[in-house]
Design a protein around this ligand. Structure first.
Ligand code: S3P
Length: 450
């Protein structure tokens, strides 16, 4: 499956219970950062459990274009021979980041303080997403950008030859923007300070420290103040990538809504900046347990067990939890449809600038499946019908968005009539084994002739 290839229409229908172990792939956020920070170290970084999804492979190719050597050894094992902070070479070709906002934004940050020029592009989804949120802070370092109207890709970044460190308050909750600024700060002299009002995923901070950068974090009345000392020599690392909680969300939620299910999802990364969905599900009354909690590779990890829960209730999801579950709202809205009462999701406008406008995509598809929704710019409300009560029987548009496609396919496993998606191709960006894994649990998932 590829987000660049022909459309792959798919259908999920109600079958038996989902049972067994679901070994989901490596964390996408950590995989991107492993390749980028490996490329910014001098020597060999070895990575196991890397997500071999299209998004991460595109980042690997980009790192090669900037001069690093990136070698796959099979089975998620990779090595990166890095060129060091400030060592990026000028790419000879346009950098195609495919579908990946994380890839392009982090790489722009990583190259913006080197005296090189690079041009970035992506697929129709990525080329429609705002890049001004990254190029504005990068301009403070001295980088210039030339893109399409509205700060859209394709875009050329001219890196700063003489970068200056910055102090920047990130205006929206975005780990991508925070990370782009920190990666740019690596090659600026002195201290770069990034302030975020709401804590977003902190993998960049954890990993920068792991690679030997000097980085301090202070919790203040204004939020988290992150101070990075520039121009460190990063030391290559051995990285074990934990399994992705955002991918685990699909078999976990499918297990909760498909009658009779009992699914175990082992070794899931439970970094508190990523775990909001699981807390929310427990508040809704999900039969979800954390087993064998442990620390692996510096990240908290547990085995998640999800059993069919026929009495989940809608809740108000606290807006301050949004950053810790931002990618999980599409699948949460499916669980909400299979619960009783109203689930209210506020403070979620960032969903409108993801791989698709995720509020709009889920709202239209859920309506087509017989679910009542309400929305405004920053709010999404789902009126739940209860377990086994969603009619289904629609084809939903996935809008080049992997999480939209997977969410509707999970709904199809529990709805009264089958649910189809017009294109399951984008699933390969983050969860290339989704079909096999869900099929292995007992799901009835088919590819349809176009
Ligand atoms: C990511 C940050 C989030 C998230 C994306 C991965 C990251 O995006 O939606 O899937 O790895 O930093 P934003 O920074 O736009 O919130």
């Amino acid at each position: 499956m590829s987000s660049h290839g022909p459309k792959i229409p798919m259908t999920a229908r109600k079958g038996g219970a989902l049972t067994g172990d679901a070994n989901v792939p490596g964390d996408k956020s950590i995989s991107h950062r492993s390749l980028i920070l490996g490329a910014l170290s001098v020597g060999e970084t070895r990575v196991t459990g890397l997500l071999e999804g299209q998004d991460v492979l595109d980042t690997g190719r980009a790192m090669q274009a900037f001069g690093a050597e990136v070698i796959g050894h099979g089975g998620g094992s990779w090595s990166v021979h890095g060129v060091g902070v400030g060592g990026f070479a000028e790419p000879q070709q346009v950098i195609d980041c495919g579908n990946s906002g994380t890839g392009v934004r982090l790489i722009m940050g990583a190259m913006a303080t080197s005296p090189i020029t690079a041009t970035f592009t992506g697929d129709a989804s990525l080329n429609g997403r705002p890049m001004g949120r990254v190029t504005e802070p990068l301009a403070l370092f001295g980088a210039q950008s030339y893109g399409r109207q509205g700060g859209r890709l394709p875009m050329t970044i001219v890196g700063a030859a003489d970068p200056i460190p910055v102090r920047y308050t990130v205006p929206m909750p975005s780990a991508q923007v925070k990370s782009a600024v920190l990666l740019a700060g690596l090659n600026a002299p002195g201290q770069t300070v990034v302030i975020e009002a709401e804590a977003t995923r902190d993998h960049t901070e954890r990993m920068l420290r792991g690679f030997g950068a000097e980085l301090s974090i202070e919790e203040t009345g204004d939020g988290r103040v992150i101070t990075l000392t520039g121009q460190p020599e990063l030391t290559p690392q051995e990285i074990t990538v934990p399994r992705d909680p955002s991918s685990a969300a699909f078999p976990v939620c499918a297990g909760l809504i498909v009658e009779g299910s009992d699914v175990l999802v082992p070794g899931i990364g439970l970094n508190p900046t990523r775990a909001g969905l699981f807390i929310t599900l427990q508040e809704m009354g999900a039969d979800l347990t954390f087993e064998n909690e442990r620390i692996e590779g510096g990240e908290p990890v547990a085995d998640l067990r999800a059993r069919f829960s026929d009495n989940m209730q809608g809740i108000e999801v606290p807006p301050e939890r949004a950053a810790s579950m931002i990618d999980e709202y599409p699948i949460l809205s499916v669980v909400a449809a299979c619960s009783s009462g109203k689930t209210v999701m506020r403070g979620v406008k960032e969903l409108r600038v993801k791989e698709s406008d995720r509020i709009d995509a889920m709202a239209r598809g859920l309506e087509a499946c017989g679910v009542t929704i309400e929305e405004d710019e920053d709010t999404f409300i789902v009126h739940g019908l209860g377990a086994g009560q969603v009619p289904g029987g629609a084809t939903c548009a996935s809008h080049l968005d992997h999480r939209i496609a997977m969410s509707f396919l999970c709904l199809g496993m529990a709805a009264q009539k089958p649910v189809s998606v017009d294109d399951g191709g984008p699933i390969a960006t983050s969860f290339p084994i989704f079909e096999d894994l869900m099929g292995g649990l007992g799901a009835t998932l088919t590819r349809d002739a176009e």
